[in-house]
Design a protein around this ligand. Structure first.
Ligand code: ATP
Ligand code: OAA
Ligand code: CA
Ligand code: MN
Length: 654
């Protein structure tokens, strides 16, 4: 006899189905006379399910308290602010903006755009339609929107939202343009090596109108009002208008999330993104060289995205903006991760994509300040973002437990492959792309430092994934060497794995983020030198790439060894180690690091073919030299020619 949990007992009598007998408690047969819901209709029942949440209404105008506004007035002001963002610049009329999901029949407040006055243009059809605004939705609401309306959206077994970014699975740096006007012409870095490809104001407006028209033609758009930079004195208000729940949830996770009170007083954004996603630019438009265009207008404080759904464009587009706005305030913006020890010692991790910023700054023994974008001001460091963006390829629970555990409800998982039934993700699968990613709020990391700020850095760690296998796993740098390697921004990854290319590809990207800087690299380098000198920070070069031979012969340095090296930097023991100077690059290399086999510390020892080691070393040194030629004519810092001379001398010598 087995009790089935309802107090009922099933008996088997051998004649097919078991006969069910009801056990009588107190002799009374069970009936449905228990308490019922306080609703007489299904609709009423549904209305009981949800309770009203705190108002989320941005009020235009800054500090004035609007405490005596009614909910309705708040809603109206919110819609007016969003309506102004979505207004066409040419037509007098446009779609009406209403709040809420068009799929739900609900009472909605609506507002007509304040369009610029263009007297000769008549009313258009677009004036007759509504654009529903889904404003700062919660992750749960965004999940529902994505799953219902966006193909390729699924809940994975750990609760994350799997999404597809469409045709583009990475950024499109050659399609990123910046408006060149009188101001930016002299302020920004243009020409060879610069990421800033020019466009004119008129073309920007054409693309802006194209994006705005597309967004207004939709039944609904998503609007996120959020912040950048945890330093309260230098916080930037951003508004992101997008067509997909995926984009809205991505930015919800990646930017700083306002509290309901902060949102109420949000006012006018400092910067607005119009993300038209899959809707392409018009190739007949001047400057357009593909159907993708990411356009930045610093004067208008706007960015337009056409023809790519890769969400990283928004994240890194805003990072570019910070690389312009912050140096104007004498604040250094950095493509780096950052964490802090129990004693308040802060480390910065610079490095190009895939070199280990996220992996190594996410350290169970330290507080995470941020994994990718920071500011260094008079007050110390502050994270620009509110979330992390981790690479997922070959992710394992054992090697990266904190990242693994952060992939749960609320996290956006881009372009991963999963079992259609169990929804278990296969992180080794590259079928969609090798650049699979997870975007999660920083508080999903258990030892996140909230608020994400810290004191002045003690260690500045430059990460290079050297697929040539000739750079030492770790070296201590002089200030001039730190600047040389910061300006060089070297990494070498393996080119294409499928087409049998075995030769590593060297990449030099100034400031470890040439794709995002707006001013000349020497401007950022001078600020870094000044700050490191003032605060006594030590520079380190860590090779997270190959050892014992180039790609194909050697192996990638074990993550565990790299972690031991990083530990020795953090705890100060490496500063006291014994060093010897390497040939050609003149790098100070320790002879011992706890937990790391000594024979790999001097790379030549790990190579069986010494001749080929020397050849490869010289080859890499030549590439460094050639790359640095671009900078030899630039002075670094103000009134200190010595620094420039020292930096030029700090490169390879042969
Ligand atoms: N020795 C090592 N040190 C660091 N990372 C390693 C090492 N060996 C393998 N890896 C892998 O290299 C990748 C490093 O990627 P990570 O996400 O940290 O890059 P990132 O610098 O943050 O790049 P991005 O700026 O694109 O986000 C991870 O997938 C990690 O597992
Ligand atoms: O921007 C991206 O897509 C990924 C990233 O962090 C980088 O490339 O530095
Ligand atoms: Ca990262
Ligand atoms: Mn990055």
């Amino acid at each position: 006899m087995a009790e089935n949990g309802n107090g009922n007992v099933a008996t088997e009598n051998g004649n097919g189905l078991g006969k069910i007998q009801t056990k009588h408690h107190n002799g009374i047969c069970h009936d449905d006379s228990g308490p019922t819901v306080k609703a007489s209709t299904i609709d009423e029942l549904h209305s009981l399910q949800k309770k009203k949440s705190a108002p989320t209404t941005p009020i235009s105008g800054n500090s004035t308290p609007f405490t005596n506004l009614t909910d309705e007035e708040r809603q109206k002001m919110q819609l007016q602010s969003i309506s102004a963002s979505l207004a066409s610049l040419t037509r007098e009329t446009g779609p009406k903006v209403v709040k809420g999901d068009p799929a739900k029949s609900q009472k909605v407040a609506h507002v007509t755009h304040h369009h610029h006055v263009a007297p000769t243009i008549a009313v258009s059809d677009s004036a007759l339609k509504f654009t529903h605004v889904l404003y700062n939705l919660s992750p749960a609401e965004l999940y529902e929107q994505a799953i219902k309306y966006e193909k390729g959206s699924f809940v994975t077994s750990s609760g994350a939202l799997a999404t597809l970014s469409g045709a583009k699975t990475g950024r499109s740096p050659r399609d990123k343009r910046v408006v060149k006007d009188e101001v930016t012409e002299s302020e920004l870095w243009w020409g060879k090596g610069s990421p800033n490809i020019e466009m004119d104001e008129q073309t920007f407006l054409v693309n802006r109108e194209r994006a705005v028209d597309y967004l207004n033609s939709l039944d609904k758009v998503f609007v996120n009002d959020q912040f950048l930079n945890w330093d309260p004195e230098n916080r930037i208000k951003v508004r992101i208008v997008s067509a997909r729940a995926y984009h809205s949830l991505f930015m919800h996770n990646m930017c700083i999330r306002p509290s309901p009170e902060e949102l109420e007083n949000f006012g006018t954004p400092d910067f607005t993104i119009y993300n038209a996603g899959k809707f392409p630019c018009n190739r007949f438009t001047h400057y357009m060289t593909s159907s993708t265009s990411i356009d930045l207008n610093l004067a208008r404080r706007e960015m337009v995205i056409l023809g790519t759904q890769y969400a990283g464009e928004m994240k890194k587009g805003l990072f570019s903006v910070m690389h312009y706005l912050m140096p104007k305030r004498q604040i250094l913006s950095l493509h780096s991760g950052s964490n802090m020890g129990k004693d308040g010692d802060v480390a910065l991790f610079f490095g190009l994509s895939g070199t280990g910023k996220t992996t190594l700054s996410t350290d169970h023994n330290r507080y995470l300040i941020g994994d990718d974008e920071h500011c260094w001001s008079e007050n110390g460091v502050s994270n620009i973002e509110g979330g992390c963006y981790a690479k997922c390829i070959d992710l394992s629970r054992e090697k990266e437990p904190d990242i693994w555990n952060a992939i749960r409800f609320g996290t956006v998982l881009e372009n991963v492959v999963f079992d259609e039934h169990t929804r278990e993700v296969d992180y080794t699968d590259k079928s969609v792309t090798e650049n699979t990613r997870a975007a999660y709020p920083i508080e999903y990391i258990p030892n996140a430092k909230l608020p994400c700020v810290g004191p002045h850095p003690k260690n500045v760690i430059l990460l290079a994934c050297d697929a040539f296998g000739v750079l030492p796993p770790v070296s201590k740098l002089s200030l001039a060497q730190t600047m040389y390697h910061f300006i060089s921004g070297y990494t070498a990854l393996v080119a294409g794995t499928e087409d049998g290319i075995k030769e590593p590809q060297a990449t030099f990207s100034a400031c470890f983020g040439a794709a995002f800087i707006m001013l000349h690299p020497t401007k950022y380098a001078a600020m870094l030198a000044e700050k490191m000198e003032t605060h006594g920070a030590t520079g380190w070069l860590v090779n997270t790439g190959w050892s014992g031979g180039s790609y194909g012969t050697g192996n990638r340095i074990k993550l565990n060894y790299t972690r031991k090296i990083i530990d020795a930097i953090h705890n100060g023991s490496l500063l006291k180690a014994e060093y010897k100077k390497s040939e050609i690059f003149g790098l100070e290399t320790p002879t011992e690091v706890e937990g790391v086999p000594s024979e790999i510390l001097d790379p030549v020892n790990a190579w069986s073919d010494k001749y080929s080691y020397n050849e490869t070393l010289l080859k890499l040194a030549g590439l460094f030299k050639k790359n640095f030629e671009t900078f030899t004519n630039y002075k670094i810092g103000t009134g200190n020619d010595n620094l420039t001379e020292e930096i030029l001398a700090a490169g390879p010598n042969f």
